[in-house]
Design a protein. Structure first.
Length: 241
C-alpha cells in the first residue's frame, strides 16, 4: 500500500533518525483515504454477516464514495472532479446492485463512459506497439468473455453491451498517460471483478471463488485508479487542470 501512495507525496515527514513516517502522514494528510481503506477492507469481512440490509449497503458504498471525497480534497481542478465523479458513480453502483443488477450496472456504465472520456483526454503521447496491441486485446476480449459467461443466454446481450463499455474503459486506462501499473492495473482488476460476477451467472455458479475475490479486486482496483490519477495530478511536473 505504501507503493500505491508513494507517487503522491515524495516529501514524507522525517523523524529524529531520518526515517519516513508514512503512517502519520496518511492519518494527517489523507484522512479520507485512510477512512476509505478502513471501510473498504472491513466490508469484505462484514459482507456475509447478518447486518441489516440498509446498513450493509451504506457500508459497501462508503469505501469508494470516500475515494471520491479524497480526490476532491487532495486536488482542486476539473480532472480531480472528473475522477471523483467516476468514483461516485461506482459507489452508487455498489449500493444499487444490491437492489437490482441492472440498476447497479447502469450506474457503473455511466462511470465507465465518464472514465473513457477522461482517459481519452489524457492519451499517452508515445505508445509502444505491444502496449497498443494489449489495449486492443483488452477492449475486445472483455466483452467477448462476458458475453459467453451467463448460463441464461437471454441475459448475454445485456451483459455483452455493458462489457463493451467495461472493455473500452480498461483499454483507455491502460493506454492513458497515467501510471500504467496503478491506473492501468486498477482498471484490469475492476474488469476481472466484473467478469467474476458474470461467471457467477454461469460456470462458477457453485464456486466460492467469486465471493472471495470480487470485492477485493473491485475495491483495490478503484483504489489504484483513484490514487494513481490523483498522484499524477498532484505531481510537481504535471500541468494543473
Amino acid at each position: 500500500m505504501r507503493l500505491a501512495l508513494r507517487g503522491e507525496d515524495s516529501n514524507a515527514k522525517q523523524d529524529g533518525k531520518g526515517n519516513s513516517m508514512p503512517r502519520r502522514a496518511l492519518i494527517e494528510k489523507r484522512p479520507w483515504l485512510l477512512a476509505s481503506l478502513v471501510a473498504g477492507i472491513s466490508f469484505w469481512f462484514a459482507k456475509d454477516s447478518h447486518l441489516p440490509g440498509l446498513y450493509q449497503m451504506a457500508w459497501k458504498g462508503a469505501g469508494v464514495a470516500l475515494l471520491a471525497v479524497y480526490a476532491l480534497t487532495r486536488h482542486k481542478g476539473a480532472d480531480s472532479r472528473t475522477i471523483a465523479a467516476v468514483m461516485a458513480f461506482g459507489a452508487l453502483g455498489d449500493v444499487l446492485i444490491e437492489l437490482s443488477l441492472e440498476a447497479g450496472a447502469a450506474a457503473f456504465l455511466v462511470g465507465h463512459v465518464i472514465a473513457i472520456w477522461f482517459y481519452l483526454r489524457h492519451r499517452r503521447a508515445v505508445l509502444a506497439p505491444s502496449q497498443r496491441l494489449l489495449g486492443l486485446v483488452l477492449a475486445l476480449a472483455i466483452p467477448v468473455i462476458a458475453y459467453l459467461l451467463p448460463a441464461d443466454r437471454a441475459a448475454a446481450p445485456g451483459v455483452g453491451l455493458y462489457a463493451m463499455a467495461l472493455g473500452a474503459m480498461t483499454m483507455t486506462a491502460w493506454t492513458s498517460s497515467f501510471p500504467r501499473y496503478r491506473v492501468g492495473i486498477g482498471a484490469v482488476m475492476f474488469a476481472v471483478s466484473d467478469l467474476l460476477i458474470f461467471a457467477r451467472m454461469g460456470p462458477l455458479a457453485d464456486s466460492a471463488l467469486p465471493g472471495l475475490l470480487i470485492w477485493p479486486l473491485y475495491y483495490f482496483g478503484q483504489f489504484l485508479i483513484c490514487t494513481g490519477v490523483v498522484g499524477e495530478l498532484t505531481s510537481p511536473t504535471k500541468p494543473q487542470s
